[in-house]
Design a protein around this ligand. Structure first.
Ligand SMILES: *[C@@H]1O[C@H](CO)[C@@H](O)[C@H](O)[C@H]1NC(C)=O
Ligand SMILES: *[C@@H]1O[C@H](CO)[C@@H](O)[C@H](O)[C@H]1NC(C)=O
Ligand SMILES: *[C@@H]1O[C@H](CO)[C@@H](O)[C@H](O)[C@H]1NC(C)=O
Ligand SMILES: *[C@@H]1O[C@H](CO)[C@@H](O)[C@H](O)[C@H]1NC(C)=O
Ligand SMILES: *[C@@H]1O[C@H](CO)[C@@H](O)[C@H](O)[C@H]1NC(C)=O
Ligand SMILES: *[C@@H]1O[C@H](CO)[C@@H](O)[C@H](O)[C@H]1NC(C)=O
Length: 372
């Protein structure tokens, strides 16, 4: 059975509701933002109707499973009237979080949203259970420009990106995947992301240089301009350079901040040639004690702020750079005590690095739990 109605059933199904319950949804006065929090065990689902006219809509499920909606579905229902409702939605940005959802239901919702003008979709803290339908001939889902996934797990394992992709029209420009269970994609099944200019794989501390090649599916991101690998377990700049070369990506902007980078050129990676397109490199918060060797020879922007450089880099250590940031390194202000107290970094840098430390720890805990 194919589930194309589930979203609306999710919103419209009457459930017995006790009186005096707080209303789960709130439409803000601007009539643009609407947030529903259905974490109550028996929420008033029809309260969500007030979000029908909003532009920016968020639904949180408090970790509930939506499997019962799939069971309650009547396959003989006429879809046409629902299609008209979806067409009339003003939704442009939708966030769905905190639910366990069977894959046929998720893809049913995407297919239904193909009739809407939705352009940005965010899924967070989602568990996609069960596997999916056979591949489609034609993408029938929404025409998204931006897709963000954070802490989404998939029963299909490494094939998830390929399966999700076939429900999206091909114009996706920005893809963010954080706290992923697997980025070891089955690349041969992934189609080319022709329009994708920004790929953000930040906050995947288990990825590492070696996992980067399969996460950057070779030749599947020909239009990539911005690659963000913040807090992604990157080990050396040269390891990243090699992965970029193997995957054939040519970014202009590369963010390697918040990785513990080693100075060395990794063995087996001698003399990697950086993409000639690269003009902005972010190496801030990377615990660097020296400028790494083997950086691109010329850059517009190089951010080395909030590292542990104890002496001012000599010109021959640095690439030719128009816009260089060295702030928050101990050599600039070695007189103050702040640096030792803040793990060797400048005072301006301490707060931000702490925040990432915490998110990194959470992610590690999360991975540890999976292996138990
Ligand atoms: C939803 O409500 C529950 C209980 O009221 C609360 O603990 C939770 O943080 C809320 N979730 C969101 C995303 O606001
Ligand atoms: C549920 O929400 C709807 C729409 O906001 C409202 O009309 C109805 O009175 C609510 N039911 C209860 C029992 O609160
Ligand atoms: C990730 O999502 C799961 C639900 O799928 C949730 O139980 C868990 O707490 C989330 N982890 C984090 C770090 O938010
Ligand atoms: C990634 O997937 C391939 C098969 O597609 C497998 O051989 C390899 O061991 C996997 N790597 C990791 C780190 O899981
Ligand atoms: C580099 O990354 C840091 C931390 O992620 C950020 O605060 C900073 O603005 C970035 N620098 C540039 C030049 O984009
Ligand atoms: C240097 O880069 C920073 C961060 O991207 C920017 O704010 C600043 O305007 C740039 N300066 C010049 C001279 O380009």
């Amino acid at each position: 059975m194919e589930c194309v109605l589930c979203l609306l059933l999710f919103l419209l199904t009457p459930v017995h509701i006790s009186a005096n319950m707080p209303e789960p949804c709130e439409l803000e006065e601007d009539a643009v933002h609407c947030v529903c929090n259905f974490s109550d065990p028996k929420p008033n689902w029809s309260n969500a109707l007030q979000c029908m006219s909003a532009v920016d809509v968020k639904f949180y499920g408090g970790g509930r499973s939506l499997e019962l909606f799939l069971r309650r579905l009547d396959p003989s229902t006429d879809l046409k009237e629902y299609v008209d409702i979806v067409r009339s939605l003003r939704w442009q940005r939708l966030t769905v979080g905190g639910v366990r959802v069977p894959a046929p239901m998720l893809f049913g919702v995407l297919r239904m949203l193909g009739h809407s003008g939705l352009s940005e979709l965010t899924l967070e803290d989602l568990e996609v259970t069960s596997t999916t339908l056979p591949p489609l001939l034609e993408a029938t889902g929404p025409d998204l420009t931006t897709l963000r996934l954070r802490n989404v797990s998939w029963a299909t394992g490494d094939a998830w990106l390929a399966e999700l992709q076939q429900w999206l029209k091909p114009g996706l420009k920005v893809l963010n995947i954080a706290q992923a269970q697997s980025l070891n994609f089955s690349c041969e099944r992934v189609r080319i992301f022709r329009a994708l200019t920004t790929l953000d794989l930040s906050d995947n501390p288990g990825l590492g240089d070696s996992g980067l090649v399969s996460a950057l599916c070779p030749q599947k991101f020909p239009a990539l301009q911005v690659l963000a690998l913040r807090n992604a377990g990157m080990e050396t700049p040269s390891g990243v350079c090699n992965a970029l070369a193997k995957a054939g990506v040519q970014p202009q902007v590369l963010d390697l901040s918040h990785n513990s980078l080693r100075n060395t050129v990794s063995p087996g990676a001698p003399g990697c040639v950086w993409p000639s397109s690269l003009n902005s490199l972010n190496l801030s918060f990377a615990r660097l004690e020296q400028v790494p060797k083997g950086l691109p020879s010329k850059l517009s922007v190089l951010d080395l702020s909030c590292n542990r450089l104890n002496s001012k880099p000599r010109p021959d250590e640095l690439p030719k750079v128009d816009n260089l940031s060295l702030k928050g390194n101990p050599f600039l202000d070695s007189g103050t005590q702040e640096y030792t107290r803040n793990s060797g970094m400048g005072p301006a840098c301490a707060r931000s690095s702490l925040a990432v430390g915490i998110s990194g720890t959470l992610a590690l805990l999360q991975r540890a739990r999976r292996f138990i």
